[in-house]
Ligand binder design. Structure first.
Ligand code: 6MZ
Length: 404
């Protein structure tokens, strides 16, 4: 194929991936923040010269270069040690997992107040909806911050206010608010002003951060139970995989299981044999990542058939997979293991769910009908109830006529 035809073919499949109605099951709120929002929040930090922000914007610096300025300011004010984070920030091509967590600490300094949490929740939903995600499970770690009068509950309330504030698309987030009408499957880009608004189902998963104590983890599970009629439908275990012990979170995860709350766990981001085995024995409803399993663990995983949230770009950028070509997606897909494509941290890794579908087509040669089947299969693994699943299936049926 000559270059021109190749470029045209790539454009066509990229657009098709955007138009495909998609289900996102693994997206961290603070990892999905818009770069422009981080920049604008940055500019409100006291003593930060507006000139610095303007220069950063005008010079078109790479997104992740800008926290260097933030880090310097925070360093000057004694909030962090600038030298500790400088090298991480300056890296343009992939960061190790520990390096990502240093960046998350910086992001949290910027985003952890009620108004900013509300803003980013609203924008994250708008961004996923804009690329035809029709069902979004967004996960976030409820945070306490006494200085800002923030409790875990008020943090989640602030997220929910963000979901309610979305205007560009109808957000169906209350568990009692399912619709019997099929969702619109018109790409956002093709909607006129007077066309009926597009809909997106949004559900929340509350994350337990691996740095938390057993008691804090239990608080998160109890909060999820308390807020189950407000769109909270599951529990996630995440955070820096080299921090913490499985035994610390187990009582909270066990409690969630007893309460009937669906659970997803970040598993095998590092080769921690004891923990991977414990996670497989615990047998949650879904697993995220599963990068560093040994032969025996792969065998167990496949026989357990636990659905996997696959995060291609994230895994390659953080070194969990050696390359796209050698990503474990291929093995799991060929083994017909249940899986769903996800973004993980679309802001941090500059990706989108459409791009993840495109990467699967470009790297592993999946056809449109195979990609469509992947989107359809993901509906099986959502934590929402059967009414939502039926609605999503009806909508995908309609979309099939247009796309295939
Ligand atoms: C493990 C991750 C993650 O909760 O503040 N998080 N945990 N592995 C990953 N892969 C790279 N990416 C994100 O969103 C940010 C938090 O999500 C978890 C980390 O705990 C991070 O601090 P929230 O909204």
């Amino acid at each position: 194929m000559d270059t021109e035809r190749k470029v045209a073919a790539e454009k066509e499949i990229r657009e098709w991936c955007v138009a495909l109605p998609k289900v996102e099951l693994h997206a961290h709120l603070n990892g999905s923040v818009r770069n422009s929002t981080l920049l604008s929040v940055l500019s409100t930090i006291p003593h930060l010269s507006p000139l610095i922000s303007v220069v950063i914007v005008l010079s078109g610096l790479l997104v992740l270069d800008f926290p260097a300025e933030l880090a310097k300011q925070l360093g000057d004010r004694g909030v962090i040690v600038f030298e500790d984070v400088k090298d991480v920030i300056m890296k343009a091509d992939g960061r190790s997992l520990p390096e990502c967590f240093k960046l998350f600490d910086l992001f949290h300094m910027l985003t952890t107040d009620h108004d900013t949490v509300t803003r980013i929740a609203k924008e994250v939903v708008e961004d996923f909806a804009a690329e035809n995600v029709v069902y979004l499970e967004i996960r976030t770690t409820p945070k306490k911050n006494a200085a800002k009068g923030m409790t875990k509950r008020s943090y989640v309330d602030a997220v929910i206010r963000g979901l309610k504030a979305v205007e560009s698309v109808d957000v169906l987030f209350d568990s009692n608010l399912t619709t019997s009408e099929p969702l619109s499957c018109t790409p956002m880009t093709e909607l006129d002003n007077d066309t009926r608004k597009k809909k997106i189902y949004v559900r929340l998963l509350l994350s337990i951060d691996r740095r938390e104590t057993t008691s804090a983890a239990l608080d998160t599970v109890n909060l999820a139970m308390e807020m189950k009629d407000q769109g909270v439908i599951g529990i996630d275990l995440s955070g820096n995989p080299v921090v913490g012990e499985w035994e610390t979170y187990l009582p909270a995860l066990q409690h969630a299981k007893e309460l009937g709350i669906p659970i997803t766990i970040h598993c095998g981001e590092v080769p921690n044999r004891k923990e991977i085995q414990a996670v497989l024995d615990f047998c949650p409803q879904r697993l995220g990542h599963v990068c560093c399993l040994n032969d025996d663990e792969w065998k167990q995983l496949k026989s357990l058939k636990i659905p996997i949230e696959i995060c291609l770009t994230s895994n390659v950028m953080t070194g969990g997979a050696p390359s796209l070509e050698l990503h474990h997606f291929a093995d799991l897909y060929n083994a017909r293991h249940p899986l769903s494509l996800c973004t993980d941290d679309s802001g941090l890794f500059s990706t989108s769910l459409s791009n993840e579908y495109y990467l699967v087509a470009a790297t592993f040669g999946l056809s449109k009908s195979e990609l469509f089947q992947l989107a359809q299969d993901a509906v099986h693994f959502v934590f929402a109830d059967d009414d939502v699943k039926s609605s999503l299936r009806r909508m995908l049926k309609i979309a099939e006529k247009r796309l295939m």
